[in-house]
Design a protein around this ligand. Structure first.
Ligand code: NCD
Length: 469
């Protein structure tokens, strides 16, 4: 399998072996970073950053220049035709006809996926709202690999705004896949979203436990009591992979502490953000004196605000500036591979990959829509061509996962496309809690957000809609 011509919109677009192959090339390129100027000569990158960025944009652009390619860029929605009401699909088609690769950061969740669907050239997600930031995860894993030699078996704490942090979401999936144990240490009210937890426990067969099982100085003192952690359950296919790399020396304590800032731009009111800011956990010298942190590397995707004290910058455990620096070779390797200008051997999986769950797909013009106001599929300019699309991830209760932002909805009403004998008076809708949810074939399911919607489509309530039977 080659990476040429592939888009990267979510970390799951890459297998563990492909990630390792990117690191192999990144190592080679970082050893001779000034000697790569023929690799992508003549190629053009479109760098579209519709949210603030320093590291991601400049490291992608630096990577392309170091590879000998060129860059065109747009950094402000207000200065593009998106501000005139153009859809991102139209923008993608046009920019895809100018450039060989598109790197996009956008506030809408799922935006990069839509751009990838329409651009006709590889698209790299540089952050889509609170959803994912897969190339930051590459930089994070690369640093873990460099500092700890292996990822499997490490214990890593994710700290801060786990709710809105896109770096957290991509990293949590990757760590689970590589077989690390993750401690979630959210700021108050900033726990990991339900849909991320669900994916970790179903797709990655992780096991979730409450924190209060843990002992030590941290318990209750520095951590919110409702923090949780996840370990790959045993036996787990990932856990069975023979580890050929160096043994992890650290037997207790944390291998890495991954700190994130409060994502204040994701709050609807400044008052809410202000309140959380005051109770936001801070990593400082005193905290790092705790036994658990003795050999812990401190990471942060940056920018930092107040959550990481400057006093620890000179501490050898602090790794965040190195982590940012490694973003250039990591992105050089990714871009060169995706453009097909470099090839690397990608190892065969050491164990069969965890089989992807083949959820039935629900896609209709009308009926249930995603409820996430930041989802690309709910934006006025995009609903003209995007059909809502979901994976049916559960029947009891009926749970749909939006394919764009991955938020879940629990719609209350269902009907079948094949009503009994085609007679109009058998065209009925039912409660999604009734047994009909299992009787109607997924291909025939019609799912509604409300009774009004079902009735507008000519359906009448069955006894199962009113809960009488
Ligand atoms: C992160 C982002 O944009 O999500 N920054 C980055 O890309 N290095 C983290 C953040 O902004 O907090």
């Amino acid at each position: 399998m080659s990476l040429a011509n592939r888009s990267l919109t979510a970390i799951d677009d890459l297998s563990n072996e492909e990630i390792e192959a990117i690191f192999f090339l990144a190592d080679e390129m970082s050893d001779s970073i000034r000697e790569q100027t023929e690799v992508c000569r003549g190629k053009l990158m479109a760098s579209l950053f519709f949210e603030p960025s320093t590291r991601t944009r400049l490291s992608f652009e630096a990577a392309m220049h170091r590879l000998g390619g060129n860059v065109i860029s747009a950094v402000d929605i207000g200065a593009t035709s998106l501000a005139k009401g153009e859809s991102i699909a139209d923008m993608a088609k046009v920019i895809g006809s100018y450039a060989d690769i598109i790197v996009i950061r956008h506030p809408w969740e799922g935006a990069a996926r839509v751009v990838a669907d329409y651009a006709g050239v590889p698209v790299i997600n540089a952050g889509d709202g609170s959803h994912e930031h897969p190339t930051q995860t590459l930089c994070d894993l690369y640093t873990l690999k460099k500092e700890r030699k292996t990822i499997k078996g490490l214990t890593i704490a994710l700290w801060g705004d786990l709710k809105h942090g896109r770096t957290i979401h991509s990293l949590a999936y990757a760590l689970a896949r590589f077989g690390a144990t993750i401690h979630f240490r959210p700021g108050p009210g900033l726990e990991l979203p339900e849909h991320v937890i669900k994916k970790l426990t179903t797709e990655y067969t992780g096991r979730l436990e409450k924190y209060d099982k843990l002992d030590g100085a941290l318990k209750g003192k520095l951590l919110p009591l409702d923090a949780i952690y996840i370990t790959p359950s045993v036996p787990h296919q990932l856990a069975n992979i023979p580890d050929v790399s160096v043994q992890v020396e650290l037997k207790t304590g944390l291998d890495a502490l991954y700190v994130t800032r409060l994502q204040k731009e994701r709050f609807s009111t400044t008052a809410e953000g202000k309140e959380l800011k005051d109770s936001y956990p801070v990593v400082d010298k005193k905290l790092l004196e705790e036994k658990e942190f003795k050999e812990t590397i401190v990471m942060h995707p940056l920018p930092r605000v107040d959550e990481l004290a400057h006093e620890i910058d000179a501490d050898p455990r602090s790794m965040y500036f190195k982590q940012a620096e490694r973003g250039v070779p990591a992105r050089m390797a990714l871009v060169a591979l995706v453009l097909g200008d470099r090839k690397v051997d990608i190892a065969k999986p050491k164990a069969p990959p965890t089989p992807k769950i083949d959820y039935p797909v629900y896609k209709r013009d009308s009926g249930v829509r995603c409820h996430n106001p930041s989802c690309v599929s709910t934006q006025a300019t995009e609903t003209k061509y995007i059909k809502p699309e979901f994976k049916i991830v559960d029947l009891k209760p009926l749970t749909l996962r939006c394919i764009y932002c991955e938020h879940e909805v629990h719609p209350p009403y269902i009907a079948s496309l094949e009503w009994h004998e085609g007679k109009i008076d058998t065209k009925k809708y039912h409660s999604a809690d009734s047994r009909w949810v299992e009787k109607i074939r997924p291909d025939n399911l019609i799912i509604f957000d409300s009774e009004k919607e079902a009735q507008a489509q000519g359906f009448k309530p069955s006894h199962y809609a009113t809960g009488k039977e």
